[in-house]
Design a protein around this ligand. Structure first.
Ligand code: UDP
Length: 321
């Protein structure tokens, strides 16, 4: 197949590029590096079935060949510090970027796959979150640029499906981690791992009793590949349902990296969801999919990859800041 992936230089996008190239497909990556990394493009540059287009998909997708089987829309800043630094760009890539992707799919008779997020559930009043829950979202708070962009992206994807007949998929990705996350990404697992490696205290925001459920990136990619293989248009949660408080997460990081690590408490960010855990019954039934990688094993993989890439200038410069 010929697969165009927006956000190909990002964390999840780059893992998708790798998986589809390994499966023998042709991949066109698109990114403007607002939060993606050049080194992720460099990984595939020399591959004969990989092509890269540097472009802001909010303005358009400069793909002019004929054949295309899939448009996978994964472009967006996704960590709270990044999308809050670029709130307008985040809204635009969720709105215009999604529409450009849908138009491209329509033009080529390709299928369209949207990366949505558990953030569409906001600070949920229903626990765990199943796809039928409509969410509890602040429409103008600090997270609204991301939450509402993705909610709009879901709406326009369903509109193109209903009104124009585009064959679409929507996933809601819960917290995901793994190799190739930016060291300065600001999310809790990256912060804890890099703090631990420097022997610094782990930063707990708020009381540390808020929860998240952490999925290893390989499990996510497997779910995506399986959803591509079925015809289903409603949203599908992809996440690991094992739930941890941030204090429990810190305890696992201490156990895996260094039991001597201390904790330091910092103020809770505004609109920080108190709890998050996916109900994955739909993905299990539809795809026969269940996450396989435990937090301890996933953290160990991440650690291995961080030590391997410690020589890369990006990480080095981060570690010496
Ligand atoms: N958090 C934390 N310490 C950090 C970074 C994040 O305690 O150094 C908390 C944050 O307040 C939130 C949770 O970890 O409750 C997950 O935050 P993250 O930014 O990873 O992703 P989110 O799920 O909020 O998008």
């Amino acid at each position: 197949m010929k697969i165009l992936i927006t956000g190909s230089a990002g964390f999840v996008g780059s893992h998708l590029v790798e998986r589809f190239l390994k499966e023998g497909h042709t991949v066109i990556g698109v990114d403007n590096y607002i939060s993606g990394q050049h080194q992720n493009t460099a990984l595939f540059r020399a591959h004969p079935r990989f092509q890269f287009l540097e472009a802001d998909v909010s303005l358009g997708i400069p793909y002019h060949d004929d054949a295309l089987d899939w448009v996978l829309h994964f472009a967006s800043p996704a960590s709270p510090p990044h999308y809050q630094e670029f709130p307008i760009e985040t809204l635009m890539v969720g709105a215009q970027g999604t529409q450009h992707g849908l138009e491209l799919a329509l033009k080529h008779g390709a299928k369209f796959f949207l990366a949505s997020t558990s953030e569409v559930y906001g600070d949920p009043h229903v626990h765990p979150q199943s796809e039928s829950y409509w969410g509890h979202v602040n429409p103008n708070g600090l997270r609204s640029c991301y939450d509402e962009a993705k909610r709009y992206a879901e709406a326009i994807t369903m509109a193109y499906h209903r009104a124009r007949g585009v064959d679409t998929r929507i996933i809601r990705i819960f917290n995901t981690y793994g190799p190739r996350m930016r060291a300065d990404d600001g999310r809790v697992i990256t912060n804890f791992v890099h703090q631990a490696l420097r022997g610094e205290a782990l930063t707990i925001y708020g009381d540390g009793l808020q929860t998240r459920s952490f999925q290893y990136v390989d499990d996510l990619v497997e779910g995506i590949v399986r959803l591509i293989g079925v015809t289903y248009h409603e949203p599908v949660n992809l996440g690991n349902p094992t739930e941890f408080t941030m204090l429990e997460l810190a305890a696992v990081v201490r156990e895996v990296i260094d039991p001597e690590l201390t904790l330091v408490y910092q103020p809770a960010p505004s609109d920080d969801p108190q709890q998050r855990k996916p109900d994955i019954a739909r993905a299990q039934g539809l795809l026969g999919w269940t996450p396989q990688v435990s937090l301890r094993n996933g953290l160990q993989n991440l650690l291995n990859s961080v030590s391997e890439s410690e020589t890369t200038s990006d990480l080095k410069s981060f570690l010496t800041v």
